[in-house]
Every structure is written in structure tokens, then in C-alpha cells.
Design a protein around this ligand. Structure first.
Ligand code: NAD
Ligand code: GLY
Length: 365
């Protein structure tokens, strides 16, 4: 069971392989994308005992990679920072990795974003492979080339656009993913339906039980459709000068919650779930979006066990302070992703401030 998609970016195009038990196809799926003779696999303490040995054994068995090093980082969003990035550089230098080396990220979005940024900058850029292990990373962060780290004053504030050479998504790895993390990943899957494909949103509504039960066919369909949508959007706007910003639906509110509450308190997908509810409320006021969509979204998120209301400790000052440091903002103007209808998103800075104020005031009360 395997399917292949392509992210079409001219000379930087790359494949996304999605399937089951892909570690058994290392020779075909990984070797062609390992640039030279050196490889550094970056992972974390939770994932290493599950998959690292298998991956190293599979690669070693090919006899084609002369030097395979591994780096096991601490687990968690709070480690997605410059200090951890420097640990990757130190490991690469200590093991004498040259410019022809390849970095392989084996992990969720935190490992993928950190490793990608290291690959973008180590000796001005080395090859990079994504092997995402969380649902969120499989449907979102491993595709599209956004890499980076957090600053205490703002989420993902340092980073680079740097595309991987390939993305290998093994759905079997989701078997070991904690249920809370699975739910957080589903928030990003739902996002694609809301911003781009009403039919997909409705399919998720009808398939949610099967998805939560890790039904293989449903997972395959969900991951494939999410990656297709992301690949299409990225191919048309790699550096987010326009359309790509719609992928940030719910994220301005979500990033504010993540930062204000302390990275790791709310999972990224949980914060995005709340953010999507707030952005949908604003869309109803601003564009007359049918209120039905807020009810359906809230019901779906609740079924998955995701939060739908913001933490009460978020004051209006918190919201405004954190939302002002969003990367979408231009010329000090807040830009938000809103829905004109289910499946049709728009990025705008010309919403009524009073509507935003009403939504945030209701969220904080
Ligand atoms: P994460 O990387 O922290 O992974 C979630 C948790 O699940 C971690 O504890 C991890 O160790 C564990 N885990 C992962 N795979 C596992 C598996 N197969 N079995 C058992 N445990 C497993 O978080 P995430 O939700 O994957 O990613 C969130 C991060 O991704 C955030 O930093 C967010 O900003 C970033 N992100 C980036 C992009 C992008 O385009 N680059 C897009 C969306 C999100
Ligand atoms: N996750 C937002 C993006 O990749 O653009």
C-alpha cells in the first residue's frame, strides 16, 4: 500500500511517499535522496526507542551509506529553540560532516522544523529528508519547506524556507502516537477542508470514528488529500506571498495561545483548533458565513476531544500583544485568514476591528 505525490517546484520538486511499512523499502525510498556518503538522523528521546534502530539497521543493510550518525534530542515544543539548533550543529561538527552530508528528520513537527533549519544553514545548506512520525507532521509540517525555531517572544520567529529532497510518510508509525497527539493532528486535517475543500470537511465528519480508530484506508485517504492540498498550494506560492497564507487559518489566534500560555502547555493542534473556532466566529460576523459551519466545526472538534474555547486566562492584552507579532502582519497591520464559505478562505487586513474585539472579548469572558 503506497502512493506517491509530487510537490512541483521546478528544480526543487520532490516526492511525498505515503504508505504502510515503508521502512522495509529503504533502498528505493531513501537511498536515492541521500546526497553523499554521510547521514545524520535527528530524532528525540520518545521516538528513538520506537524507530531509530530499525531505520539505522535498514540503511546499514544497504551498504551504501558510509557514515550514519544519530542525534537524540529532548522531546517537546519547549526545545524548539536556538539552543537545541546549536546542539545539531555541534553534533555535525564533532562527527565531521561535510557539505555533502544529508540530515534526516525522524519525528514530529518539532524535530522536522529544527532539523530542516539546521539543514538550511549548516555550511550554507545540505540535503534534507523528512520522515514525519506524528499525524500533524505527516499532513502539514513535513511538506512545504517551512523550517524554524521559536523565540520566547514569538512562535517560529527564526527560520528559512528550505525544501526537503523527499518526504517519507509511514502510516504504521501512527500506531504508537499518543491519542492526544492524534487528535491535535486531526485539527490540521480539518483545516484543509475548511479552507479549500468542503467535500473533504464533510468526508472527515463522516469518517471521524474510523480515523480515531486508525483505520488504515481512512488514514491513507486523509493524509493523501491533506498532502495533495498542501502540495498544490505550496507549488503555487512557495514563499507565502499570497495564497499560502490561507494554510494559517486559525493560527494567528493559535500561536497567541501557544506563546502566552508557554510553549508546550497547549499542543500546536489544540491551539489551532481553538483558533479555527475564533476565526470562524469572526467570519460569520465579517462575511456572513452561515453559522451552521461553526456548529459543525465545534461538534467535530469536540468529538475528537479537542478544545473549542480559549483559556480564560488569556486577557485582551495578551491577545493583542501576541497577535501583533504574527508573521503575516504587514506594515503593523494585523492580517487574518477568514472563511467566505466552507472551502473558500481569504487573507485580509480589512476586517472590522470591532468584530475582532467582540470575538476576543467573548473568548476572554
Ligand atoms: P511534536 O513534534 O512535539 O510531536 C508530538 C509528540 O508526539 C511528541 O512528544 C513526539 O515525541 C511524539 N511523537 C511523534 N511521533 C510519534 C510516534 N509515531 N509515536 C509516539 N510518539 C510520537 O509536535 P507535532 O504536533 O508533530 O508538531 C508541532 C510542531 O510543528 C510545532 O512546533 C509547529 O509549529 C510545527 N508546525 C510546522 C509546520 C511547518 O509548515 N513547518 C506546520 C505545522 C506545524
Ligand atoms: N503550515 C503553514 C504552511 O506550511 O504554510
Amino acid at each position: 500500500m503506497m502512493t506517491q505525490l509530487t510537490v512541483n517546484l521546478a528544480e526543487r520538486s520532490y516526492p511525498i511517499f505515503i504508505g504502510v511499512d515503508l521502512l522495509k523499502q529503504t533502498e528505493q525510498l531513501l537511498l536515492p535522496y541521500i546526497g553523499g556518503r554521510q547521514l545524520m538522523i535527528v530524532t528525540n528521546e520518545r521516538i528513538a526507542p520506537l524507530y531509530l534502530e530499525l531505520l539505522v539497521a535498514a540503511l546499514s543493510a544497504t551498504g551504501q551509506v558510509q557514515q550514519i550518525d544519530t542525534l537524540i534530542l529532548p522531546d517537546g515544543e519547549s526545545y524548539k529553540n536556538l539552543a537545541t539548533l546549536n546542539e545539531i550543529f555541534t553534533a555535525l561538527l564533532e562527527k565531521k560532516h561535510h557539505r555533502s552530508t544529508t540530515l534526516l528528520a525522524l519525528g514530529g513537527g518539532v524535530i522536522g522544523d529544527l532539523t530542516g533549519f539546521a539543514a538550511a544553514t549548516y555550511q550554507r545548506g545540505v540535503a534534507f529528508i523528512q520522515m514525519p512520525t506524528s499525524l500533524l507532521a505527516q499532513v502539514d509540517s513535513s511538506v512545504g519547506g517551512k523550517t524554524g525555531v521559536n523565540h520566547l517572544l514569538g512562535k517560529n520567529m527564526m527560520g528559512a524556507f528550505y525544501q526537503p529532497a523527499s518526504v517519507v510518510i509511514d502510516l504504521m508509525m501512527l500506531q504508537t502516537l499518543p491519542k492526544r497527539e492524534l487528535a491535535a493532528g486531526l485539527a490540521e486535517v480539518i483545516k484543509y477542508g475548511l479552507i479549500y475543500d468542503q467535500g473533504f470537511f464533510e468526508w472527515i465528519e463522516s469518517s471521524v470514528d474510523a480515523l480515531l480508530a486508525l483505520d488504515r484506508n481512512c488514514l491513507m485517504q486523509a493524509v493523501q488529500r491533506a498532502c495533495e492540498i498542501k502540495a498544490t498550494i505550496v507549488a503555487s506560492d512557495e514563499r507565502e506571498s499570497g495564497l499560502r497564507a490561507i494554510l494559517n487559518f486559525g493560527h494567528t489566534f493559535g500561536h497567541a495561545i501557544e506563546g502566552a500560555m508557554g510553549y508546550g502547555t497547549y499542543l500546536h493542534g489544540e491551539a489551532v483548533a481553538i483558533g479555527m473556532c475564533l476565526a470562524t466566529q469572526l467570519s460569520i460576523k465579517q462575511y456572513g458565513l452561515a453559522p451552521e459551519w461553526l456548529a459543525r466545526l465545534t461538534a467535530l472538534l469536540k468529538k475528537i476531544g479537542l478544545p473549542t474555547t480559549a483559556p480564560k486566562s488569556m486577557s485582551m492584552d495578551h491577545w493583542l500583544q501576541w497577535m501583533q507579532i504574527d508573521k503575516k502582519n504587514l506594515d503593523k497591520k494585523l492580517r487574518l485568514v477568514l472563511l467566505k464559505s466552507c472551502g473558500r478562505a481569504t487573507v485580509t487586513d480589512s476586517f472590522e476591528g470591532v468584530y475582532l474585539h467582540e470575538v476576543l472579548a467573548a473568548a476572554s469572558s
